[in-house]
Structure formats: C-alpha cells, structure tokens
Write a protein that binds this ligand. Structure first.
Ligand code: FES
Length: 577
C-alpha cells in the first residue's frame, strides 16, 4: 500500500500544528471565525477556489455547489476554506477575458502558496476559468481536483432549440439581412440562456472542461453533466470527498500530467471538434508542467483523430444531448487506441479503468469510429510567408469550397477601422475577397479578443453570402463558424509579416497543403518591412503594461514568459513565520 501522509506532514501543520506565537495567532483567528480546534486539528485544509460572482451567469449555481463541496470535505474528514478568486465572465469582461487569464492563473497560484492549503478544489467552467485555474494549480503542485460548472440546458424559442453563441451569430445575421423581426430577436434573447451553466454548444467552455477531464483532473464523467442536473450536485459532494483522500495520498498534478495525458486531452478536444481556443490553452497548460506541446504535434494528432461528437457548431446537437448519450467517458471509450488508457487520474485509477464500462446510448450524438461525423482534420495548422510561426483553421466549420481559395485582400488596420467600414455600401469587396483584420493579437488588441469570425459585409449577406475567407491574428469563439484563419503568429502589432499585407494583394489559402501565403514578391515585402512603424504601446502602467511586455505569442500559449516552467525544479513555499 502506498505511503500516506501523517497529520504532522500536512502543509497546514506549519500554520496550525506547531506551538509558537504565530500559530497562536492562526488558531485564535480561526476561533474568531467560529471554529474550535476539534473541528480542524490534524485535518487536511482544503482550499476551494470559487469563481462565483454576480457578474458571471455561467457560475450562478456555484454559490450552492460550494456548499455541496464543503459537505463532501467535512464528511471525508477535511477542513474546507472557500477562497473567492476573480470570475472571468466571458459575456461581460472587456476587452476580453483572455487578457486576464494569466491574472487568474497567478492569483490561483499565489493564493494557494500564501495560505495554509493542503489541497484544492478548483471551481470553474466559463471559458478562461478552466485553463487559468489549471495553470495556477499545476504551478503550485498541491493535490488539486477540478469541478466543472457543467453546461446549461438547451436554449428554446418558439419551439426551436437554440445553441449558445452559434445561434446568436445566426439570428444576428438574419436580423441584419431582414429575415427576422426585432420581436423575433427579443424572443431569442429571452430563450437562448435559460439555466445556470456554461455555454452548451461545443465552445471553449465545453471543450476545456472536457480537456480537464481527459487530462485526469475531474471525477469520471463530470464535465458532461448539465449544471441544473441533480447529479451535478452529487458529483460536487463527491469531489469534496475525494480531494481529502488525495491529500493523504499526496496525489499531485505532477503525478497526473505527462506527455501522454496531454495527448489524450488534445485528442479529446479534436474528437469533440472543440474550440480553436483550446489550442492556445492546452499549450499553456502543458508548458506549466514543463511539457512542450507544439502546433505541429496538434496538427499530427488532428490528422489521425476523427470527430465523433455531433455537437454544434460543427454538428447538430448540444451538450445536454451529449450527456444523455453517454457523455465524455462513452466518447473516450469509442476513441479506443487513440486514448492512452494508462494515464492516471484524480480518482487514483487510470483513465482506461474509468471508461472501461462506458456505453453510448445514442449513436447519432456520439458517433463510432466506423461512422464519424468527420474522418479527421478537425483542425489544421497553416504556415506561410504571413504566418511563419503558424496559424489555425477549423476546416469542419468552414464552407468546403473555401478551403482552397485565392482572393484579393481587403485589409482593416484594426477593429475600429473594420467596424467603421465593413458595412459601407461603397466598400470594394465581393464574395471572393479575403477579409483581413490586423492588430488583433495578444499584444495589439490587447489580449487577442474573439474577433476572428470577422463579419460578412451587410451587402453580401443580403445577396445570400454566408461564408468568406477571413484572416486575423485574433482568436474566435468556439461557438463561431466559417472559413476563419486565426492566431496568425507572430502578430501584426509587433511587426510580424502579417502586418505587411495590403488591400489588393492576392492571398492563397490551401488547407490540404497547410499553406497560407500572400502572393507578393519577397523584395516588395522587404521594402514594406523597412517602412513599417511600430505602433505606440497600448499601456503605460498597471497590469496591461506587464501583459504587453511578457505575454508570449499564440503558438507558445500566450502565457507570461516568467510563468512557464523552464526546468523540473519546483518553486516550493516561502518560509513561513
Ligand atoms: Fe460563460 Fe460561454 S459565456 S461559457
């Protein structure tokens, strides 16, 4: 039997268990909060990092769920401490939650480091909260378990099933093309988000919570359970119970994360036809553990991985249907030898053991490898003279006839330029043009917002055009769709060659050959480069100033350079006085 920790070996023992002046202060102040020694002495202190706030609709139920987590911790003999951390609310936070992902990752890590935590429950779900909490917990390397918020119920309006994000874009285009009324639009507004939980399409939230499960950070099956389902509450209590045992077993992220578990998570994202955002986040998560995940590795896995989840925007169903069809364990089992079953997970078993008995209950929602939704290439990594460090496209979300396309560039220098001119009737653009948005990357926008589904000009929408080739150094919401080339690196704002593209240039996109080039001679590009002027920095002070100096490019995960693990050495705790 593996060695278990003793109470004296707990990290919190240094706060509570010794007999000195400082520990007197810790105990007397704990008494001030209403706890007697008998309630916590010798027990694992479990930090619960809760991203609940009144500004985050996806986490509304966390106020209740945290009580269920605490119930589980008490029952298993632990001492729960709820620590609120910033919420990263996708619909409300400007200019983009991505600007603050690393902020939450730092907050999570430093909160754990500076307080008497022996283990941690990470409560997240809305897009960036999952990677941020994982990144911080991986860097701190205390026993950690993830509690995914769970998807909201299917949207509903006038008998039509609505999906988060995807149907917002669809009905917005319909409104702009006068195919629906203002009253219809208000009906969609009222019915598209009708329960707690994160977006229920295969957006970034569903992708990243599933990735967390495939990495081994959740109890089996948890990521697929709708937030409103009573099994979500039950699983929350079980999560609280389990983390206490993980502390005694000293089961840490460094025991779970390997190149194999990272490959499992990438395979999962691709089989789900998940959000392109997951590429950036998975690279950042892996690098926190000292595992080098490259865009080329991502592309290799994409070529061999079929899309099995028939979920919008690539497919037809929603996360609620996916759960009823068997959820993530059923899909992982269906992936067979594409998943490395030997990888360890938080429940102490391997992922192979966890999914051994999983079953598919609806073969249209979770397809078999013999009849996939797409045979492979759920994602493609492109390179060329405007993206030497890579760019990405989700071929399954694009009109197939645009995957090999040459067109005349129509360039917008930044978002405001695009917003001002895109619907101008005099804009010289047709359906064969290539829309280009610059200055939308990690430094330039700042924070690489989800602007990558560039709008189709209203005059073309009215002609019935539904997709065009669009290129930017931005990201795109996982609920978006279209022939959108994203994450161009290096970005234009810092002088990447994408900055040199001008209106009228021909751009060649060839997804099967993984190519993205501007058809301009090298000497002309060199001339433009010599004339290029670096824009003024976005920030003079504060977090933004730190971000613009230290953020890495998309192909490196957009983490801060000083937060990535550069060696196997752990940071350890500061001396406690
Ligand atoms: Fe929170 Fe989509 S808005 S997950």
């Amino acid at each position: 039997m593996a060695k278990r920790k003793t109470p004296e070996e707990l990290r919190s023992h240094r706060w509570y268990g010794v007999n000195d002046l400082r520990s007197f202060g810790h105990r007397s102040r704990t008494a001030q909060m209403g706890f007697s020694r008998e309630e916590y002495a010798g027990k694992p202190v479990i930090a619960i990092l809760n991203t609940w706030s009144e500004m985050n609709p996806c986490h509304t139920h966390f106020k209740q769920r945290v009580e269920e987590v605490k119930r589980g911790i008490w029952q298993a003999g632990g001492f729960p401490i709820e620590l609120p951390v910033q919420t990263l609310s996708e619909p409300f936070q400007k200019p983009t939650t991505m600007l603050y992902r690393n902020f939450l990752a730092m907050e999570a890590e430093e909160t754990l480091r500076s307080y008497p935590a022996d283990g941690v429950v990470l409560m997240g779900g809305c897009d960036k909260t999952t990677p941020a909490l994982l990144m911080g917990a991986i860097s701190m390397d205390l026993p950690a378990i993830y509690l995914p918020a769970g998807p909201m119920l299917r949207g509903n309006w006038n008998g039509v099933t609505l999906g988060s994000g995807s149907d917002t874009w669809k009905y917005w285009d319909d409104l702009r093309a006068s195919r629906i009324t203002e009253e219809d639009w208000r009906g969609v507004e009222g019915g598209i988000a009708r329960s707690p939980g994160h977006c229920m399409t295969m957006g970034t939230a569903s992708t990243m919570t599933s990735a967390a499960e495939a990495l081994g950070f959740t109890l089996p099956g948890f990521a697929s359970i709708p937030a409103a389902d009573s099994r979500h509450a039950q699983m929350s209590a079980k999560t609280g119970m389990r983390i206490v045992e993980m502390v005694w077993e000293d089961l840490k992220p460094s025991d779970i994360l390997t190149a194999g578990s990272v490959d499992n998570a990438v395979t999962t994202c691709l089989a789900l036809s998940g959000s392109t955002n997951a590429i950036v986040h998975m690279i950042a998560v892996a690098r926190r553990a000292g595992i080098e995940l490259t865009l080329d590795r991502y592309d290799d896995i994409a070529r061999r991985t079929p899309v099995l989840a028939n979920i919008r925007p690539t497919g037809a169903y929603l996360m609620e249907d996916f759960f009823y069809a068997g959820g993530l364990p059923a899909m992982l089992r269906e992936l067979g030898d594409l998943i490395d079953g030997s990888q360890k997970t938080v429940n102490g078993q391997t992922i192979g053991e966890n999914i051994a008995d999983a079953k598919v209950f609806n073969e249209d929602v979770i397809r078999s490898r013999a009849a996939p939704l797409l045979p492979g290439n759920g994602l493609a990594v492109l390179r060329g003279n405007i993206a030497p460090d890579g760019a990405v496209i989700k071929p399954g979300a694009a009109d197939p006839k645009l995957l090999v396309h040459t067109g005349r560039a129509v360039v917008f220098r930044d978002y405001n330029d695009m917003a001002a001119r895109i619907d101008d009737a005099a804009l010289d653009i047709d359906e064969n043009s290539v829309i280009v948005l610059q200055h939308a990357g990690p430094v330039g926008a700042p924070g690489m917002p989800e602007w990558g589904q560039l709008p189709i000009p209203a005059k073309l929408l009215q002609k019935g055009v539904r997709d065009m080739v669009r290129i930017s150094d931005a990201r795109m919401s996982g609920t978006s769709y279209g022939a959108c080339v994203l994450h161009v690196a290096p970005e234009s704002f810092i002088g990447g060659p994408f900055a040199l593209v001008q209106t009228g240039d021909l751009i060649e996109l060839d997804v099967p050959r993984r190519k993205l080039n501007v058809l301009v001679p090298d000497d002309e590009l060199a001339r433009r480069k010599a004339a290029w002027v670096q824009p003024a920095p976005r920030f003079e002070r504060g977090y933004g100033a730190m971000h613009q100096v230290h953020v890495l490019q998309a192909d490196k995960g957009c983490d801060f350079d000083f937060l990535q693990r550069v060696s196997a050495k752990r940071d350890g705790d500061p001396e406690i006085h």
